[in-house]
Design a protein around this ligand. Structure first.
Ligand SMILES: [Zn+2]
Length: 143
């Protein structure tokens, strides 16, 4: 997401190849167009709305938003782009990887998923916010 390194394998971009790739993922709640009848328009929906609001009470605004829409953006090197387009829903490569690359990829994914919110990214990773900041600095990941 920084345009400097591949978010999948950690390879420096534009060093060994003169091209890099950007993956933009947009995850939205799907809905189908409803046919609304006259009786549905005339019905009292207040109880239904109260129940819906009650379900939302326990959620923070960010979590409520995440249940409806999330957007991710990743930089890929040419090798990871080929792997990605061949199997976009597959998990990360299974070949052995350096621990530092795995850590970098996990942090970058959490950082993107959190909307660049340090407390949320730390929660996703199961670490303290200060620990995440230290790791990001050590790995050269920009906020
Ligand atoms: Zn890569």
């Amino acid at each position: 997401m920084d345009g400097i390194s591949c978010d999948r394998c950690g390879t420096a971009l534009l060093v060994g190849a003169n091209v890099r790739y950007v993956v933009a993922i947009d995850v939205r709640a799907a809905y189908d167009v409803m046919e609304v009848s006259r009786s549905e328009l005339e019905a009292d929906h207040r109880e239904e709305m109260r129940a819906l609001l009650k379900k939302l009470e326990g959620l923070g605004a960010e979590e409520a938003q995440r249940q409806v829409h999330c957007a991710f953006r990743f930089d890929l090197c040419p090798a990871c782009q080929r792997n990605y387009v061949n199997a976009p829903l597959a998990s990360a490569p299974t070949a052995p990887r350096r621990l530092e690359d795995v850590e970098r990829a996990a942090i970058q994914a959490a950082w993107a998923a959190s909307g660049r919110e340090p407390a949320r990214a730390a929660e996703i990773l199961g670490v303290k916010k200060q620990g995440l900041a230290r790791r990001m600095k050590r790995l050269g990941i920009k906020k």
